[in-house]
Design a protein around this ligand. Structure first.
Ligand SMILES: *[C@@H]1O[C@H](CO)[C@@H](O)[C@H](O)[C@H]1NC(C)=O
Ligand SMILES: *[C@@H]1O[C@H](CO)[C@@H](O)[C@H](O)[C@H]1NC(C)=O
Length: 488
């Protein structure tokens, strides 16, 4: 069903209110209800997720839920059909819908709330005492503060009662946002762009809710058997001789040990698709050296690409080929590649939302594999990380770089440690697509991997200092990524 909503007169919070909003509701399956709120006059950014829009348009039958829409003021309620329990109730607060500020609150049947990410906390169950969690992809090491971290996961699960009956809520939105909990119990999603596009999932158990959710977003890849083994990785071995000394030492004591990684120190001047011809001169035969003992080898690849020539003055081919294919993220003019600074110095940023970029990236992975064979790729710095604020030229003063409201993200500045918000990618403006960078790099990289690799990748919970805090954070982290359909 559809309904047109009209804004009630009230003072404007952040300006540019959208006075008419279209509600579109879909009874997608017996256990899945979707409703979205759009601007019928102007097309707003929507996440180009492959699983959106796959609904046939025919309402499912034998629904496990019932939906009621309240008028004046607007509110939407989803009730469990079997017992009449109200599961999702937005009448607890007003809907706010403006150009750069969208908010909806949901009263929930219990305080047993799990999920949303990426953050660290030592208890899996959320604290509902007025906690606000920012969500926006950010390259920052876990510190124990309420920081937004590397990824964005907007799904949570609520365990209704001790029978195990549960519901899940997913907001399909990639803009910078925050998720606030309060003791009602209720939660508020507050985002600064895109549309409000909610999915509500019902299950008799928490597991069933997660099954419904992953059926919708895509089932996780079945990992190769060897990837479930023990992995060893660190930055700064300094030379392949040192890596081999570590491998030999661990083989000698028969440590269970399946995979060795090399971080950016294997590269020449930290440039992707190169290797240090002095300290890592034997890297081309390292995979064979590992395979001889039934072990595997994984390389790191960073997102940013150096714009500088190699040390001997010869052209850096990976950059030159990408440059001729025009596959970089552009400045606000839509044509000038945005330049920032990452590990190798001055860099551009591949626009993984551009199909030509995927073609270039896959080809670079293949060319490098011909020189240095490897078994897997660890992709990094794809938040996307940039060591200068916005770009080497800074960022313009406008509503994208400085929106009227900024969620409680690290540094309270959207372009901090990343690119400007008015930068242009094929999928849209950085303001909208920022938190999709890692997702798009994953899709491009998957196309460069070989037989047996599944649809998606796994996820790394971040720089780990091997402290007790990191173990305590890792346990809820692993449980949460189970909820998010990323068990590996
Ligand atoms: C190469 O190894 C030498 C000797 O261990 C070390 O002094 C040097 O810093 C290394 N070079 C690089 C680029 O890491
Ligand atoms: C970036 O600019 C190049 C020209 O330098 C253009 O060919 C390309 O399509 C642009 N990409 C985007 C996403 O705007």
């Amino acid at each position: 069903f559809q309904a047109t909503l009209t804004r009630l007169s009230s003072p404007s919070l952040f300006g540019n209110d959208i006075n008419t909003v279209l509600l579109t509701a879909e009874y997608q399956t017996q256990n899945r209800f979707r409703f979205k709120l759009t601007d019928p006059k102007t097309q707003r950014f929507e996440v180009p997720h492959e699983h959106v829009g796959t609904f046939s348009g025919l309402a499912a039958s034998n629904l496990k839920y019932k939906v009621d829409v309240q008028q004046n003021p607007f509110g939407i309620k989803v009730t469990r059909a079997s017992n009449g329990k109200v599961l999702f109730d937005s009448t607890i607060g007003p809907l706010l819908y403006a150009e750069q500020f969208l908010q909806l609150s949901i009263k929930l049947p219990s305080s047993n709330i799990y999920g949303v990410g990426e953050h660290v906390h030592k208890q899996y169950r959320h604290d509902v005492q007025w906690k606000t969690w920012p969500m926006y992809s950010r390259d920052t090491a876990p510190s124990g503060n309420m920081d937004n971290l590397y990824g964005v996961q907007t799904f949570f699960l609520c365990l209704e009662d001790n029978t195990g009956a549960s519901l899940g809520v997913f907001l399909m939105n990639s803009n910078a946002m925050e998720f606030a909990l309060q003791p009602a119990p209720a939660v508020t999603y507050r985002t600064i762009g895109g549309i409000l596009d909610f999915y509500v999932f019902l299950g008799d158990t928490p597991e069933q809710v997660v099954q419904e959710y992953v059926k919708f977003i895509g089932l996780p890849a079945l990992p190769s058997y060897w990837t479930l083994g023990f992995h060893l990785s660190r930055y700064d071995y300094g030379s392949l001789d040192e890596v081999k000394a570590v491998v030999e030492r661990n083989r000698a004591i028969e440590l269970p040990y399946d995979v060795q990684y090399t971080d950016i120190d294997y590269m020449e001047a930290r440039k992707d698709f190169t290797y240090d011809k002095v300290n890592f001169t034997d890297l081309p035969s390292f995979q064979t050296y590992m395979h001889d003992y039934g072990q595997k080898y994984i390389i790191i690849l960073d997102a940013a690409i150096s714009i500088e020539a190699l040390a001997d003055g010869s052209p850096y081919q990976a950059y030159e080929r990408g440059q001729s294919k025009k596959v970089w993220v552009n400045e606000s003019d839509g044509v000038t590649p945005l330049v920032g600074e990452v590990w190798p110095g001055r860099t551009v940023f591949p626009d993984f939302t551009n199909p030509d970029c995927t073609t270039w990236w896959v080809e670079e992975c293949r060319i490098f594999y011909e020189q240095v064979p490897y078994d897997g790729i660890w992709i990094d710095m794809n938040e996307v990380a940039n060591f200068v604020q916005g770009s080497s030229k800074g960022c313009e003063q406008n509503d994208l770089n400085y929106p009227p409201f900024t969620p409680h993200i690290v540094d309270r500045l959207l372009y901090s440690k990343t690119v400007c918000m008015d930068a242009v990618q094929k999928w849209g403006r950085q303001y909208d697509v920022h938190s999709l960078f890692g997702y798009s790099m994953t899709l491009s990289t998957q196309q460069s991997t070989f037989a047996g690799s599944g649809k998606y990748a796994g996820h790394w919970l971040g720089d780990n200092a091997a402290t007790w805090d990191h173990i305590k954070w890792a346990i809820p982290g692993m449980l949460e990524f189970g909820l998010f359909g990323i068990p590996y």
